[in-house]
Design a protein around this ligand. Structure first.
Ligand code: C2G
Length: 136
């Protein structure tokens, strides 16, 4: 069984996320999605999510391509995740191109083209939600 892993916030789940998850699953048989916790998002990415971790986890788990969702709590868990789950392929959108090449010692690393014209930030801007507080 070829296992694939990817990481992200996945707030306001949209077609760009789904396109990424679909193509990630096409690279294997089992897809693990590591969803950023609210604490990690704020402490490390200064991102305030509209949906809480639990809500974002539930939405990502409902996506047909996804087999397992686990929490992303720090930047440094990727190597241990790859080892613990016996991952064959690490996938990210190409906005991260090159940032995770250190994982090439442990698994295949694939950067996929982002879906143009959509992002959580654009959705918030279009809806005038930029002042949204974390978790509503
Ligand atoms: N993505 C995409 N196309 C978009 C928007 C997002 O392909 N239009 C991809 C991103 O490249 C990423 C995934 O969808 O691979 C999740 O995007 P975010 O939720 O924005 O994730 P991010 O905040 O970049 O967190 O440790 C890595 C981080 O957790 C990544």
């Amino acid at each position: 069984m070829r296992k694939v892993i990817t990481y992200g916030t996945f707030d306001l789940l949209h077609a760009g996320h789904i396109n990424l998850l679909r193509r990630a699953k096409e690279l294997g048989d089992y897809l693990i999605v590591v969803v950023s916790t609210d604490e990690f998002n704020w402490n490390e990415k200064r991102k305030k999510c509209y949906f809480s971790y639990e809500e974002r986890k539930k939405l990502v788990e409902a996506v047909r391509y996804v087999d397992l969702v686990i929490p992303e709590e720090n930047w440094d868990q990727k190597i241990s995740d790859v080892k613990e789950y016996h991952v064959d392929t690490f996938v990210m959108g190409d906005d991260w191109k090159g940032k995770f090449d250190f994982l090439k010692d442990y698994c295949e690393v694939v950067y996929l083209p982002r879906t143009e014209g959509i992002s959580t930030t654009k959705i918030k801007q279009d809806l005038g939600l930029n002042g949204t507080t974390a978790n509503k």
